[in-house]
Ligand binder design. Structure first.
Ligand code: AGP
Length: 608
């Protein structure tokens, strides 16, 4: 949510800033801006409502400077507009600030600064930072001292980068709840909110900790805490490939990421299957078998698709280990004074590892003495660091706002966890082997579904203009229906409802008509007959049915059928979900939507 880039070195900063912002645009994309400073004095600033491409078009050729900061925004305080776009300046136009996060005491600071003469030009909380830092940047005070003193008065979350026209030999960055990473180059330095902006320039990075600041110069950096203690940070090497951040010949990141799933699932499974004991090795759990046996319940927390992946995870855990498991939106959990139990294992799910609601839920559980594992894609992210242990997905960077490969890898990670739990409890070696073989077969089975992309595109084109769509599934199929509906809504803006198939006749059957098609999950399992009865009820009301099934239902029960290879029943949901990703993708393309950057959304939601 919002992206930050910064550069200092011998070159002109602007090309890096614009390219870096384009790479971060998936984090927020309603306005963008850059500010540079150099030897000639003063700050040059351009900011516009719209996309990074609009900003690039507005930046004149003479817009040059060797030190610069940039920002791409997802609005929280104030509408998307030129004025509300970052960077924000103080009245003397000496200090420029870009900021991710929320300043909670912005109103109070704004009132105080206004009384002292500051004139505010935007509705943002960020603008208080530029005035506040300027107020501390008095004669002889180093920029890093002014920033540190200013942040001492701030309540809230932030990742910031600060530029000073009078000290253009440095940039100051700070992190508290919103990531900042430094990139170390050859006589040049970079900073960003996300490594994806840096990997073209350097693989050597330093992730700041919460409560840490850095003063960054062309030849190096110094990190220190809010109470001015110097910290010593060793750079780490980014191991994700550069081409992970490009569309690689696909029309959209989303299509690329859907197609990457055979490989990302292989990486999630990599080295974790133990054929000898028919179980899974999960080194990062930090819980031994004895501790795991003491767990009586599992509570899974995540937001949006992470919550739905958690629902699939809960079913896997209950089925394979017979430990009661339940998934709940982290965004609700944290507001209801939850009861935290010593014998419950809490599991936080997050692709980005940054989602504020999930992070706050983890912090609440830990504050009350609970034990939390993370199922996270982004290594070293805030949620991963906050948890007591966990499973990294290794799905690779996910750029498109809609989650696909991380969703699938999350379910695979839960299958590994469920297998591990199950084999510590009563899951037989034979059942363990059954799950191990099924997991190994997944990548090829996913490829089989992906091969149907063209046929699914035709179906999507036929149905994309529907007034809405119903998604139904029973028990294991219900979270699949929820995720399918979510994906369609998110990227095509077609309204979609997900219902347990068993609930249809308790109300929503009234909606069924030829104008409201139904996508039905029809696995060949113990509930097949029940599902076929539901299809009959829909057809009897002239509803149109797209069945996603292992076996083609009779023609009178379904207008179309997408066939999916059969796995073991516990793992079937994972494969049934893949065609729904393609259906949503092709519907969005058919409707001309901005597939990778759907309206009103951003990749990681780092605000409440
Ligand atoms: C998924 O397609 C959505 N963009 C959204 O629901 C997302 O899953 C949710 O915001 C949680 O994100 P996280 O996994 O990064 O925590």
């Amino acid at each position: 949510m919002c992206g930050i880039v910064a550069y200092i070195g011998p070159k002109d900063a602007t090309p890096f800033l614009l390219e870096g912002l384009a790479r971060l645009e998936y984090r927020g994309y309603d306005s963008a801006g850059v500010a540079v400073a150099g030897r000639t004095g003063g700050i040059k600033l351009r900011k516009v409502k719209g996309r990074v491409a609009d900003l690039a078009a507005a930046v004149p050729a003479r817009f040059k400077g060797t030190t610069g900061i940039g920002h791409t925004r997802w609005a929280t305080h104030g509408v998307p507009s030129d004025e509300n776009a970052h960077p924000h300046l103080d009245n003397a136009e000496r200090i420029a600030v870009v900021h991710n996060g929320i300043i909670e005491n912005a109103d109070e600071l704004r009132a105080r600064l206004s009384a002292e003469g500051a004139i505010f030009r935007s509705e943002t909380d960020t603008e208080v930072l530029s005035h506040l830092i300027a107020a501390h940047a008095t004669e002889g005070v180093e920029l890093e001292e002014a920033v540190r003193a200013a942040l001492g008065k701030v309540v809230g979350t932030y990742g910031i980068a600060v530029l000073d026209a009078e000290q253009p030999d440095r940039i100051v960055v700070a992190r508290n709840g919103s990531p900042i990473v430094l990139g170390i180059g050859e006589k040049e330095m970079f900073a960003a909110s996300d490594v994806s902006a840096l990997v073209r320039y350097t693989r050597q990075v330093v992730h700041l900790e919460d409560g840490e600041l850095a003063v960054v110069r062309a030849d190096g950096f110094r990190t220190f805490t809010e109470d001015a203690r110097t910290t010593h940070r060793q750079p780490s090497t980014v191991d994700w490939e550069i081409d992970s951040y490009d569309t690689g010949g696909f029309e959209h990141f989303l299509l690329k990421e859907i197609n990457e799933q055979p490989g990302s699932v292989e990486r999630t499974l990599g080295g974790r299957l133990d054929e000898r004991f028919a179980t899974a090795h999960l080194g990062g759990l930090n819980l031994d078998a004895r501790e795991l046996r003491e767990i009586r319940r599992v509570k899974i927390l995540g937001c949006g698709s992470a919550y739905y992946a958690g629902e699939m995870g809960a079913q896997l855990i209950e089925e394979l280990s017979r430990i009661p498991a339940h998934s709940e939106p982290a965004s609700e959990f944290r507001y209801r004074n939850p009861v935290i139990e010593a014998d419950t294992l809490y599991v936080a799910v997050s692709q980005s590892g940054e989602t504020y609601d999930t992070l706050a839920a983890v912090q609440e559980i830990k504050r009350k003495g609970g034990r939390v594992l993370g199922v996270v894609n982004t290594v070293g992210s805030a949620i991963a660091r906050e948890c007591d242990g966990g499973i990294y997905l290794h799905a690779g960077p996910e750029i498109s706002v809609a989650s696909t490969k991380a969703f699938t890898s999350t379910v695979v990670a839960f299958a590994l966890l469920a297998l591990h739990f199950g084999r510590i409890h009563d899951l037989s070696p034979a059942d363990g082997r059954r799950i191990v073989s099924a997991l190994k077969a997944l990548p090829d089975q996913i490829r089989e579904v992906l091969d149907q992309s063209d046929a699914i595109a035709e179906l999507a084109a036929e149905y994309a203009k529907s007034a809405g769509m119903m998604f139904i599934g029973r028990v294991r199929g219900f979270p699949v229906a929820r995720e399918g509906a979510q994906k369609l809504k998110e990227i095509s803006y077609v309204h979609a409802e997900a219902y347990p198939a068993s609930e249809l006749k308790h109300g929503p059957l009234a909606l069924i008509s030829p104008e409201l098609p139904t996508v039905a999950l029809v696995p060949d399992d113990e509930l097949l007959d029940k599902n076929l009865t539901t299809l009959g009820e829909i057809k009897a009301r002239s509803g149109r049915v797209i069945a996603v099934a292992h076996r083609r239902p009779e023609e009178k029960l379904a207008d179309h059928c997408i066939l999916v290879p059969k796995s073991e029943p516990e793992l079937d949901p994972l494969l049934l979900n893949i065609p729904l990703q393609l259906l949503a993708y092709h519907a969005a393309v058919a409707l001309g939507r901005d597939v990778d950057k759907p309206r009103n959304l951003a990749k990681s939601v780092t605000v409440e």
